[in-house]
Ligand binder design. Structure first.
Ligand code: SF4
Length: 436
């Protein structure tokens, strides 16, 4: 009979696994007699100080290895499948889904709709809870896995079913209550869609989710991203400047109340709201440790402050250099402001910032992370780019050399006949890519 298990992909140098002569191609069958269903089980069982591993060697031998180690010390094994199981795809068809708004012909992996609780725990992905069984929830509780990041969108059950196009999406909200009752920490997110979950519905969601404080640690509100490929999809209007001002007033009202009652603002608007509203980006203190920065909450403030702080440490000099920087429409004013600060300190540096319009997805998509190589080439070709061009790392997937439309940084360098430097989105990197 075929023995189930998890095939070892690699073994870290100097690790316990290496000392025990576990090798790539071996199969982990059991830990302390337990079958390992997935990465949740593995993390849980591997923490123990005393372990017995059952390993199937590639030559067919079975080895029983006894290990004494520190509690939570890792074995140094990487498996063929990161989750030690199939990735779970989502069961929804959300009216705001970005993947449904992408043109055809992009690489296959970009169309994969993951909604896997294991990725929430491992990588911070936001999940809808719609494809989780009670057993999954029980394991999270038993293993004390936290935080779990949840895409709530609305706490109105009927509206959630409608927005996620899933008749089970409403009842999935009950799992939040169960996690709360068992002390599991969570973060939540709302993608706001005009005429759907805004206004009074947003009030209801903030009220309900703040009721789960302190285990529900925070809530971010981000506007729907609308590409030009929505013809066959539910029509949703774009938020105007006036709308953004109103959303911010509403969120600020809640923040004042919650801060007074619980000592935290709890709900945060993403940077895009402030920029659309034309209102100043709040201070660092306001963001309470930047817990939702991955959702674009406080990214601009963090970058502004880091650059100012780092420039404060530098003497400045007479470095002479001409370069260019390119970014999306949303960040361009801030990037220009920061480039000017660098030029004040280094008066012989000339950094010109180019704003790239997103023609690929449509002009309403303004974030740098969704720019494509072809738009960058088209809009910068023939321009005086100086000695090199700086691009933000958010353009690249997992720090690889490839952009959303499969063009590589080398393709851009060749087409634009320029060297490209990648700025890693922190203040130090921002300054150093210009002056190093
Ligand atoms: S959960 Fe909704 S937004 Fe996320 S991938 Fe699925 S359909 Fe798209």
């Amino acid at each position: 009979m075929l023995k189930k298990g998890h095939v070892v992909k690699s073994v870290l140098e100097g690790s316990i696994a290496e000392q025990l002569e576990i090798e790539p191609g071996d199969t982990l069958l059991r830990i302390n007699g337990n079958e390992i269903k997935d990465v949740f089980d593995y993390h849980y069982y591997v923490n123990d100080e005393f372990l017995t591993l059952l390993i199937l060697k590639s030559n067919g031998e079975e080895w029983e290895l006894e290990i004494e180690k520190e509690y939570e010390e890792d074995l140094g094994i990487e498996f063929d499948q990161g989750l030690m199981d199939q990735y779970r795809s989502c069961r929804n068809k959300c009216i705001f889904c970005f993947i449904d708004q992408m043109p055809k012909g992009m690489r296959d992996t970009l169309y994969f709709k993951d909604d896997d609780s294991r990725l929430s725990f491992l990588q911070g992905n936001y999940i809808t809870l719609t494809n989780m069984s009670e057993e999954d929830i029980d394991r999270i509780i038993l293993y004390k896995l936290a935080p779990i990041n949840i895409s709530v969108h609305t706490t109105n059950k009927a509206l959630r079913c409608k927005m996620l196009n899933n008749r089970f999406a409403g009842e999935a909200l009950d799992k939040i209550k169960k996690l709360y009752e068992n002390g599991i920490e969570m973060n939540s997110q709302i993608v706001l869609c005009k005429g759907y979950n805004d206004g009074e519905e947003l009030d209801r969601s903030i009220r309900d989710l703040s009721g789960y404080l302190p285990y529900m640690r925070s809530l971010s509100v981000v506007p729907i991203g609308l590409t030009k490929y929505r013809d066959d999809l539910t029509q949703v209007e774009k938020f105007t400047k006036e709308d953004a001002i109103q959303v911010l007033e509403q969120i600020h009202g809640w923040q004042d109340k919650l801060k007074e009652a619980y000592g935290t603002r709890f709900v945060f608007a993403s940077d895009e709201w402030y920029i659309t509203a034309g209102l100043p980006i709040p201070s660092e203190e306001y963001y309470e440790g930047y817990g939702q920065i991955e959702n674009g909450v406080g990214m601009v403030r963090s970058l502004l402050d880091e650059v100012h702080e780092y420039l404060g440490e530098l003497e400045g000099n007479t470095l002479t250099r001409k370069l260019s920087m390119a970014t999306g429409k949303l960040a361009a004013p801030f990037i220009s402001e920061l480039a000017n600060e660098v030029m004040k300190k280094y008066p012989n540096v000339q950094a010109k910032v180019y704003t790239i319009e997103n023609e690929y997805f449509g002009k309403d998509i303004t974030v740098a992370g969704l720019l494509t190589g072809q738009d960058i080439i088209k809009q910068l070709k023939g321009k005086d780019l100086g000695e090199f061009l700086v691009l933000p790392s958010v353009l690249l997937k997992n720090d690889e050399d490839i952009l959303l439309d499969d063009l590589t940084i080398s393709d851009l360098e060749r087409e634009l006949e320029i060297n490209i430097r990648i700025n890693k989105e922190d203040g130090r990197s921002f300054v150093n890519t210009i002056i190093d």
